[in-house]
Design a protein around this ligand. Structure first.
Ligand SMILES: Nc1nc2c(ncn2[C@@H]2O[C@H](COP(=O)(O)OP(=O)(O)OP(=O)(O)O)[C@@H](O)[C@H]2O)c(=O)[nH]1
Ligand SMILES: [Mg+2]
Length: 308
C-alpha cells in the first residue's frame, strides 16, 4: 500500500535516507507525486547553503567535494552531495568512481550523497537538480555541494542556482584559461587551482589573476584564487573559509536574495514550459500529435508560412 504523501514528506524532513532516495527517483522519473511532495516540504526549505563546484573532467571535483564534505562534518554540519554527470548513463564509470571515492562516508547519518543520471530530462536538468537541492535543504542538510562538469549550458544553469560557485582549474591541460568557457569565468565566485602540486601551477595562477583583473567585481567581491591539493587534503580549510567569507559578504549586500528571485523566475518559466509540453505531448497520441504539428511545416497553414 502506498504511503500517504504527508507521511513521506515528514520522513524526508526528518532526514530519512530511504524517503529522500525515493523522492529523488520520483523527481528523476517525473512522477506526479514529486510535485505534491515538493509543495509539502517547501515551507521547510531556505536554510541550506548551496555550493556549486564545476570544472573540466578529471580536475578533481569529486575528490575536493569529498574533502570539503569531511571538513563540514568535522564542524558538526550536515552535508548533502549531488553529483551531476551529464555524460554517463546509469551504469557510467564516473558514477561508480564517485561512489568509490566517497565510500568513506558510508554509515554517516549526517551525510547524504547522490549521483544523478541525467539522460533525457524533459524540462531541464537544472530544474531536477534544484528540486533535489530543495529536498536536501528540507532534510536539514546545512551544506549542499553540487558537483557538475562544466561542459554545456545545462551545467552552467546548474551552478547558477548555487549560492556560491566554485570553478576548478588544474595545471597541465595546455592553455587552460584560453580553453575555458567564457561563461564559467563569469560565474565563478571563487576559483580553485587544484592539483597545485603539479608543474605549471604558478604560471596558471598568474594567468588566472591577470584574467580576473579584467572581470568587474560584483558588489565589491573580487573572486579569489585558492590553491588546493585535494588528494592530499591541502587547502581545504582555506577553501571552506573562503566560501564562508563569500557567504557573509553577500548576506549583507542583498545579492543572495536577488539571485534567489532571479532563480525562481527562471524556475517558474520552466515549470510552465514543462506543463505545456506535458499537456501537448503527454498521454496516448502525444507522439502522433507532435508529428502532426511538425508536418505543418509543409502546409501553407503554418503560422510562420504566412509571413508573420
Ligand atoms: N596530483 C593530484 N591528483 C589529484 C588531485 N585531486 C584529485 N586528483 C586525482 O585526479 C583524478 C580525478 O579526480 P576526480 O575527483 O575523480 O575528478 P573529477 O573532476 O570529479 O572527475 P569527473 O567527475 O570524471 O569529471 C583522481 O585520480 C584523483 O585522485 C590533486 O590535487 N593532485
Ligand atoms: Mg567527479
Amino acid at each position: 500500500m502506498p504511503q500517504p504523501i504527508e507521511n513521506w514528506a515528514e520522513r524526508v524532513c526528518a532526514g530519512d535516507v530511504l524517503a529522500i532516495s525515493r523522492a529523488i527517483t520520483a523527481i528523476e522519473n517525473h512522477q506526479s507525486e514529486a510535485e505534491d511532495l515538493l509543495r509539502l516540504i517547501f515551507p521547510r526549505t531556505g536554510k541550506a547553503y548551496l555550493t556549486g563546484l564545476t570544472g573540466a573532467p578529471g580536475t578533481g571535483k569529486s575528490t575536493l567535494v569529498d574533502r570539503l564534505a569531511t571538513y563540514y562534518r568535522g564542524q558538526q554540519e550536515q552535508v548533502g552531495v549531488i553529483a551531476v554527470d551529464p555524460t554517463s548513463p546509469y551504469s557510467g564509470g564516473a558514477i561508480l568512481g564517485d561512489r568509490i571515492r566517497m565510500q568513506g562516508h558510508a554509515g554517516d547519518a549526517g551525510m547524504f550523497i547522490r549521483s544523478m543520471a541525467t539522460r533525457g530530462f524533459l524540462g531541464g536538468l537544472a530544474r531536477a537538480t534544484a528540486e533535489v537541492a530543495l529536498l536536501l535543504d528540507a532534510a536539514g542538510k546545512q551544506q549542499v555541494l553540487i558537483e557538475t562538469v562544466g561542459v554545456g549550458q545545462d551545467e552552467v544553469d546548474i551552478v547558477r542556482l548555487a549560492d556560491c560557485v566554485v570553478v576548478m582549474l588544474v595545471p597541465g591541460l595546455g592553455d587552460d584559461i584560453q580553453n575555458m568557457k567564457a561563461g564559467l569565468m563569469e560565474i565563478g565566485d571563487i576559483f580553485v587551482l587544484n592539483k597545485s602540486d603539479r608543474e605549471g601551477a604558478d604560471r596558471l595562477e598568474q594567468q588566472l589573476h591577470a584574467m580576473l583583473s579584467l572581470v568587474m567585481p560584483r558588489d565589491g567581491w573580487h573572486p579569489p584564487v585558492v590553491r588546493t591539493v585535494a588528494s592530499e587534503n591541502k587547502g581545504i580549510d582555506t577553501l571552506a573559509l573562503t566560501i564562508a567569507k563569500f557567504s557573509k559578504h553577500f548576506e549583507s549586500s542583498g545579492q543572495r536574495q536577488r539571485k534567489h528571485v532571479e532563480h525562481w523566475k527562471l524556475r517558474l518559466i520552466e515549470l510552465l514550459e514543462s506543463r505545456l509540453l506535458r499537456r501537448v505531448l503527454g498521454g496516448a497520441g502525444g507522439e502522433a500529435r507532435l508529428a502532426e504539428l511538425a508536418r505543418w511545416r509543409f502546409s501553407s497553414g503554418a503560422p510562420w508560412a504566412r509571413g508573420g
